[in-house]
Design a protein around this ligand. Structure first.
Ligand code: OFO
Length: 162
């Protein structure tokens, strides 16, 4: 069983996860329009992963006898000044999500809710990986700079995400 405070906070996180999915879908669409289909694919897969994160929160609330309350999802940005800016925005967003998960852990500690702390553990680990993935792509893009062939190469690599 989870208390009301935990239930509310977990519900807020569901909205954040779906917003993440929506934003990555907007980014994927941007790259589709720009002809970078590897980036399009990679970000579409990322959007799917975010929906899975949201579903994990939904399942956990139900499992704990709580009530799921889906809220409105904000409009994501649909324009970016440059291709690299898209990935930088994504990294900043992941840092925000990491802080949000760590805040949730703190709240679960305050409420002495061990089960929720355990549930959140996988998300703490997941966030380390998510930030690292975006940081790695940005690092590679900074290395290729304005080189079109470099971008094509990174695009090809991103197309391989399973
Ligand atoms: Fe990107 O990890 Fe969920 O939001």
């Amino acid at each position: 069983m989870i208390n009301e405070r935990i239930e509310n906070e977990l519900n807020k996180q569901i909205t954040k996860e779906f917003y993440s999915a929506y934003m990555y879908l907007a980014m994927s669409t941007y790259f589709f329009e720009e002809g970078l289909t590897g980036f399009q694919h990679w970000l579409k897969e990322q959007a799917k992963e975010e929906c899975e994160h949201a579903m994990k929160f939904i399942n956990y609330i139900i499992l704990q006898g709580g009530k799921v309350k889906l809220e409105m999802i904000e409009t994501p940005p649909n324009e970016w000044e440059c291709h690299l800016c898209v990935m930088e925005t994504a990294l900043e967003h992941e840092k925000y999500i990491s802080r949000s998960i760590l805040d949730l852990v703190k709240i679960a500690e305050q409420e002495d809710d061990k089960a929720t702390q355990n549930f959140l553990d996988t998300f703490v680990d997941e966030q380390v990986e998510e930030e690292a993935s975006f940081r790695d792509i940005i690092r590679r893009l900074n290395m290729v700079g304005d080189s079109e062939s470099g971008w094509v190469l990174v695009d090809k690599e991103l197309a391989e995400r399973g």
